[in-house]
Each structure stands twice: as structure tokens, then as C-alpha cells.
Design a protein around this ligand. Structure first.
Ligand SMILES: *[C@@H]1O[C@H](CO)[C@@H](O)[C@H](O)[C@H]1NC(C)=O
Ligand SMILES: *[C@@H]1O[C@H](CO)[C@@H](O)[C@H](O)[C@H]1NC(C)=O
Ligand SMILES: *[C@@H]1O[C@H](CO)[C@@H](O)[C@H](O)[C@H]1NC(C)=O
Length: 171
């Protein structure tokens, strides 16, 4: 019985999709952009105690000062760039962020929770005008910001312009 079930279990876990797709605030030709990237590192079955058998993806060595920020409901972050030299993961834990661009109609709605991780790369040296962020929900938006380490931007393929959506995100 066990032996016949095993291939079925392996198949169903692979069918979940084995890359993490993330919305990226990047920059091209000095203006901020939104893209959906698939990270190349891919999910593997964890063999670590405590998570053994779960799907796990290596984010590499992250580095630098990290921050936990509580934004009041309805906060308007205005127009800004990712902080100088601090390209980073921004992980929305709660609330809702609405990201818009001064030179494009692309926009992203990022809800706090399991699909809340984005990469913010549009520092002032690569984007003259940055992006706008508002937090239009009735609850606090909590973010965890973790700078990328010396390895820099993770290996990826660009799936398309605009934010990741629908079936590209975890259900
Ligand atoms: C990421 O996107 C690809 C291409 O659309 C898809 O096959 C894969 O299942 C997605 N990954 C997740 C975790 O949803
Ligand atoms: C981009 O947006 C900025 C800020 O709104 C504006 O000053 C600038 O003229 C725009 N550039 C282009 C090429 O539209
Ligand atoms: C980006 O645009 C700003 C404002 O127009 C300009 O001062 C700056 O030199 C530009 N940077 C690059 C790398 O083109």
C-alpha cells in the first residue's frame, strides 16, 4: 500500500509549481517598473529538523540592517525610491499596499500574508522618480524589510511586465 501511494504523493507536490514568483519593483531607463519574476532556485523538499518534507526554497545569504515597520491604516507613503544601496525584500505581513508608478499605468496591490513578499530594487541611482505607495485598508500594514546580501539580486527569469497575479501566486 505505502509503495503504491508514494509516486502519487511526489507527483502532486511537484504539480504545485516549483518556483516562487514575486512581484518586483525594478527600474529601466531611469524609471521604476513592475515585473513578475520566477526565482530560479526552486522549491526542494526540506530535510531540516522541524520542516522535514516541506517545500522549501533557498533565499541565499541576506544581509544588513532589517526593519519591522507598522504603517497606520490609510497611510500615504507618497513618492519615493527604495533607499540608497538597500535593494531588499519587502515582506508585507498584514494590511494592503497599493503601488503605482509615475511614468507607467502598471500598478500592484499587495496584500499582507503568504503572497506578501516583493523585491524593491528601484533605488534613486537607477530610477529618477521612484514609485508611490499607499496603504488603503482599514488595518495596519506591517512590513518586514530585509536587505539582499552580497549575492545581490536572486537568479530569476522575468515572466512578464506588471505584478504577479492569479495562478502565479500560491493558492
Ligand atoms: C509560478 O509561475 C509559473 C508560471 O506561470 C507556474 O507554473 C508556477 O506554478 C508558479 N509558482 C507558484 C508557487 O505558484
Ligand atoms: C515621469 O514622472 C515624473 C514625476 O511625475 C515627471 O516629472 C516626468 O516628466 C515623467 N517622465 C516622463 C518621460 O513621462
Ligand atoms: C535620471 O533622471 C534624472 C532626472 O531627469 C537625471 O538627473 C539623471 O541624470 C538620470 N540618470 C540616469 C542614469 O540617466
Amino acid at each position: 500500500m505505502r509503495l503504491t501511494l508514494l509516486p502519487l504523493l511526489l507527483f502532486s507536490s511537484l504539480a504545485l509549481g516549483n518556483t516562487l514568483n514575486v512581484t518586483v519593483l525594478g527600474a529601466q531607463n531611469n524609471i521604476s517598473t513592475l515585473e513578475c519574476w520566477a526565482l530560479l532556485s526552486g522549491f526542494k523538499h526540506s530535510s531540516e529538523a522541524g520542516t522535514a518534507g516541506s517545500e522549501s526554497l533557498n533565499l541565499g545569504k541576506l544581509g544588513g540592517d532589517s526593519t519591522y515597520t507598522i504603517l497606520p491604516a490609510g497611510f500615504n507613503g507618497g513618492r519615493h525610491n527604495a533607499p540608497a544601496l538597500h535593494i531588499r525584500w519587502v515582506i508585507f505581513l498584514s494590511g494592503l499596499a497599493h503601488i503605482t508608478l509615475p511614468n507607467s499605468t502598471a500598478e500592484a496591490w499587495v496584500a499582507g500574508g503568504k503572497n506578501g513578499a516583493i523585491l524593491a530594487l528601484d533605488t534613486a541611482d537607477v530610477s529618477a522618480f521612484g514609485h508611490y505607495t499607499t496603504y488603503p485598508s482599514k488595518e495596519q500594514t506591517i512590513t518586514l524589510e530585509i536587505p539582499l546580501g552580497n549575492e545581490g539580486i536572486p537568479a530569476h527569469t522575468v515572466l512578464h511586465g506588471g505584478p504577479c497575479k492569479g495562478e502565479e501566486l500560491s493558492a
